[in-house]
Ligand binder design. Structure first.
Ligand SMILES: Cc1ncc(COP(=O)(O)O)c(C=O)c1O
Length: 412
């Protein structure tokens, strides 16, 4: 990774062909090329205009409730007795997670491009609800594809999307989960691209999606850097931690710190039930280079190159790949990786709830679980900043039914 020294990291990556090192590019059927070229050129032309930025900022403040604060987890840090743990409260975004950061951007872009409809996939339902919200705000139609398994698990989010006026389409092939939802949404985009824009759920897919998602999510890192410096008299965090599926919350957060070599960037993956293929979704830990959803990246694959089955208690982390930028940052050594099991994530979900009064999304509980492990090994002079990507309201029914209230000593 050798960015051009005259340009910032964000200006240097991806290159003109949409590559982050050897990852990324556009590996989709040629039918989609005109739509992707139109998207790339419209984005370049529009997103930095004062008109676009004003409308984006208005939605960031009024609809989303930005800026989100940084909060010191005093109780947990004291219990652990090591490094200090801070969280960036993306859970306080309207609709409950970071996903709305790029949904609002895509919806505004669609409107300016004269599109009538937004299409997307969703896993935990957070992205779907965020997109349906942005579509309602900007007066656009919305179609969300969701695996049948997730439709059942995240039923309150399905109801929310429908209330907001979106059409929810159930994907019933294969594992009926996030990968199948993405396949189904991409097919719908191929058919409808003349009047619809695909608002992808993460920093994945063919160029220019990973770049656009990262740029819209970069508001998290920009705010976090400024806020962290202001509350710590100009210091930087020693560690920045985020959970990773495709990498949208991680890239948003990392982008504020990527050019500070003293800040260690940690990517936390779901180890699921075990390290056996099919029982986790820890792509960087166990995956290999391949092509998934139109981009070269790293993925979990079977011997025939097809995506492997994945498993995670957090629906939003159950994806057999990572975005190309995450793959590059890992390959170049800029990212440090860790994997957290379902059991560790659930136990952290209960611990955070009872110690701090904040119910984290199961996805974010993975990042927190690792931060707690890291804090216990580091001195109290060090500071860890975690991206708390979402709130756990969506997970409450599932957790209560499967694990109870967490009062058992084994879980609290
Ligand atoms: C709260 C939350 N955090 C994290 C993720 C993982 O996605 P990404 O890697 O794109 O941030 C999801 C995905 O649904 C999510 O809902």
């Amino acid at each position: 990774m050798e960015p051009n020294s005259q340009r910032s990291y964000l200006q240097s990556y991806p290159n003109a062909e949409g590559y982050f090192g050897r990852f990324g590019g556009n590996h989709y059927p040629p039918e989609l090329r005109p739509a992707l070229e139109e998207l790339a050129s419209s984005y370049q032309e529009l997103h930095q205009t004062p008109e676009f930025q004003d409308a984006l900022n208005k939605a960031r403040v009024g609809l989303q409730g930005r800026p989100t604060p940084i909060h010191y987890l005093e109780n947990l840090s004291n219990q652990v007795g090591g490094a200090q743990i801070f969280i960036k409260r993306e859970d306080l975004n309207h609709t409950g997670a970071h996903k709305i950061n790029h949904c609002v951007g895509f919806a505004l872009l669609a409107k300016k491009m004269g599109k009538k409809k937004l299409i997307a996939e969703t896993g935990a339902g957070q992205h779907g609800v965020a997109l349906a919200t942005a579509a309602a705000y900007f007066g656009l139609e919305c179609e969300v594809h969701m695996g049948e398994v997730d439709v059942a698990k995240q039923s309150s989010n399905v109801g929310r999307m429908q209330l907001l006026g979106a059409r929810v389409i159930s994907a019933t092939t294969g594992q009926s989960a996030l990968k199948e939802a993405s396949d189904s949404a991409f097919n719908a985009y191929v058919e409808q691209h003349e009047h619809a824009l695909y608002a992808i759920g993460s920093a994945i897919g063919p160029h220019p999606f990973p770049m656009i998602v990262r740029d819209f999510q970069a508001v998290v890192g920009r705010e976090a850097r400024e806020q962290f410096r202001s509350i710590t008299n100009g210091s930087m965090p020693d560690h920045v931690v985020a959970c990773v599926a495709g990498g949208s919350n991680a890239m948003g957060m990392y982008s504020g710190f990527i050019e500070d070599p003293g800040v260690v960037l940690h990517a936390v993956e779901p180890l699921g039930i075990s390290d056996e293929l099919g029982q986790h979704a820890a792509t960087l830990s166990y995956g290999s280079p391949g092509t998934l959803h139109g981009a070269r990246s790293v993925m979990l694959q079977k011997d025939d190159g097809m995506p492997a089955r994945v498993s995670s208690v957090a629906s939003g982390l159950a994806y057999p790949g990572v975005g190309p930028e995450i793959a590059m940052l890992h390959e170049t050594g800029r990212l440090s990786i860790a994997a957290i099991s379902d059991e560790e994530a659930i136990s952290t979900f209960f611990r955070m709830t009872k110690s701090e009064g904040i119910i984290p999304a199961l996805e974010s509980a993975h990042a927190l679980a690792f931060a707690i492990q890291l804090a216990s090994q580091r001195p109290s002079s060090e500071r860890i900043l975690v991206n708390l990507s979402g709130r756990g309201d969506k997970d409450v029914d599932f957790v209560l039914e499967k694990y109870g209230t967490g009062t058992s000593p084994a879980l609290s």
